[in-house]
Design a protein around this ligand. Structure first.
Ligand code: FES
Length: 594
């Protein structure tokens, strides 16, 4: 156990572990110190100085987020000197800040705006130095507005420390310092994966998602359009946070009711195609294993990589194009849904797909990019027309004046509305793998996967890279070649961990037949479109909610989904069959490296 240090904060004595910062010590006493550059998920930057406090006998104010406590320290957090200093810092930041706040989508959730209100900045002490820098809206997913940047570097640290992508960096000097990309190219032309993790940590409106809310309202108000909406597994465990519900609380019934109240014509579930993905992806894995083990086909790419996360897909296209054959050809559940909505669903409901508008509500900003890929038009139309984040969805609920908390729970429509517990856990890192193993093991042996309660715990949780294996025993005749095979799997979340896993595979340190990688920390529950703020406590609560919901489901294996079974009988034929390949599978493209 580390040494305890005696300090006082605002004259309150406190014992605190050596190495803790003043900020952490103050938190133990529920004393609030404002921060801007500091973020719990990131290393200390100490560059904004808004967290300054007084330390007795120290002539200068010190940054609470960066300075560790020392024995005997007497700390004051709320003196006139501190308040004046913080006001001056805020005033200086605002001289270079675009304060057209009423038009900013971060208004009311902007950390800078909140502090400006809290510190009552009523007089302008400094001249306006706002520069005229054009907004970068080149990406279909993310908008970068340098006029709102306070150079806290949270985005740069996120892109480096959490994601290992380094699409963003600080460039130039002095007041010309700015967050930039390689050679100041537009975001659409660099290695950005559109994961949106920078948005989740940006304290202002300098980085935001590109919004399609207005286009969706227009479609809803247009009587000639039939507007179908799908909701991703992780949305229901987080959207409640934007209505003061605790993180991780499942609000599926109210989410469905609010979508219907807003005017969507059909309220359907991406969980349905999450189950479908497992059937397609599981079949693809077993086919690859058969080719490798029985046919001794050396051209088969193993391990197979999951392909549900569009941020991960763009990452591998940029960073590891030599591994593209290892990617499953399955589209993500969002895109499988889109392709089926304008074919299978339209046919069943006798709707002209030309008049259909397909909307998805996702925890993810990269899904906006994915929906815009030119190859995602296998239905003959754009498979998914508009992607909204969880945050945009919540803003639509607010616009429509719906009191979501008083709505009665409602069920998804039938036809593409049913799901299992396996689909529910898609939202958490390891969930796709767990769902795939539950189904693949049963297909091969006729038995449940040999983990207590079919909970594959070694691949759950927040460890960056997770591994598990299971020996396949008692195979059915068709799968005899797998008898006794030790099936090895590996899982990573956050793209920095994807780098680690891939390096492990390349060096031989990690062995796997199947690999799941999710771009965002914690998987989709920590997606770039989820409610802000994000931190490990919030992501943990969302993950716990996910597994709890799965454990309560009657059906917990994707192949048990009755609507998926009916889809194969009535429309697709068989998994990985001709129509499946036409509608549900895709290809990948090598991309530039800068
Ligand atoms: Fe401490 Fe920025 S929050 S220096």
């Amino acid at each position: 156990m580390s040494n305890l240090i005696n300090v006082t904060i605002n004259n309150i004595p406190l014992q605190v572990e050596e190495g803790k910062t003043i900020l952490e010590a103050a938190k133990m006493l529920n004393i609030h110190i404002p921060v801007l550059c500091h973020h719990k998920d990131l290393c200390v930057a100490g560059n904004c100085r808004i967290c300054v406090v007084e330390v007795e006998k120290d002539p200068y104010l010190v940054a609470a987020c960066a300075i560790p406590v020392r024995e005997g320290m007497n700390i004051l957090t709320n003196t006139k000197k501190i308040r004046d200093a913080r006001k001056h810092i805020l005033e200086l930041l605002l001289t270079e800040h675009n304060i057209n706040c009423i038009k900013c989508c971060k208004s009311s959730s902007c950390e800078l705006q909140n502090l400006a209100l809290e510190y009552r900045l009523d007089e302008e002490l400094f001249i306006n130095l706002l520069q005229d820098i054009p907004v970068d809206d080149s990406s279909p997913a993310i908008i970068k507005d340098d006029t709102k940047c306070i150079r806290c570097t949270r985005c740069v640290r996120t892109c480096d420390e959490l994601q290992g992508v380094n699409a963003l960096a600080m460039s130039q000097k002095g007041r010309h310092t700015k967050m930039s990309t390689y050679l100041e190219k537009p975001l659409a032309d660099v290695v950005c994966t559109n994961c949106g993790q920078c948005i989740n940590r940006c304290p202002t409106g300098a980085l935001t998602e590109k919004s399609y809310v207005e286009q969706v309202w227009e479609a809803i108000y247009d009587p000639s359009k039939f507007v179908v909406v799908q909701t991703a597994p992780a949305v229901r465990f987080a959207v409640g946070e934007l209505f003061h519900v605790r993180p991780g609380a499942r609000v599926t019934g109210r989410m469905v009711a609010s979508l219907r109240a807003m005017g969507f014509d059909a309220v359907l579930d991406t969980d349905f195609t999450a189950d479908l993905t497992i059937i397609e992806e599981g079949t693809e894995l077993l086919t690859r294993l058969k080719k490798a083990l029985v046919d001794r086909d050396k051209s088969v790419a193993l391990p197979m990589f999951s392909s549900c996360s569009p941020g991960w897909i763009k990452f591998i296209e940029h960073q590891y194009p030599e591994l593209l054959p290892n990617l499953s050809t399955c589209k993500s559940p969002q895109q499988m849904f889109g392709a089926l909505a304008k074919t299978f669903y339209a046919k069943k409901r006798e709707i002209d797909p030309a008049n259909m508008v397909s909307v998805s509500i996702m925890p993810c900003t990269a899904k906006k990019f994915e929906a815009n890929r030119p190859e995602m038009r296998d239905s003959g139309y754009k498979d998914v027309d508009y992607v909204l984040t969880t945050r945009e969805f919540a803003s639509m609920i607010h616009h429509s004046g719906i009191d979501v908390l008083t709505l009665k729970n409602e069920e998804f429509d039938n036809i593409m509305g049913a799901s299992t517990g396996a689909a529910v856990i898609f939202g958490a890192t390891g969930g796709v793998m767990e769902a795939a193993l539950r189904t693949a093991y049963q297909i091969v042996t006729g038995k449940d996967v040999p983990f207590e309660g079919i909970n594959i715990t070694p691949i759950r949780g927040f460890q960056g890279v997770k591994q598990a294996s299971l020996v396949i025993e008692g195979t059915l005749p068709e799968w005899k070649f797998l008898e006794g095979v030790e099936l090895k799997v590996a899982v990573a979340h956050g793209l920095k961990n994807a780098h680690k896993l891939i390096q492990g595979l390349k060096s031989g340190e990690i062995e796997a037949h199947f690999v799941e990688i999710m771009a965002c920390p914690g998987g989709c529950i920590g997606g770039g479109g989820q409610p802000i703020p994000t931190n490990i406590d919030i992501r943990t609560a969302r993950m716990e909610g996910t597994y709890k919901a799965d454990s309560k489901m009657l059906l917990r294996k994707s192949h048990e989904n009755p609507e998926v079974q009916a889809l194969y009988e009535e429309f697709l034929g068989k998994p990985n069959g001709h129509l499946s390949h036409e509608l549900l599978h895709t290809y990948y493209t090598e991309r530039f490296k800068y």
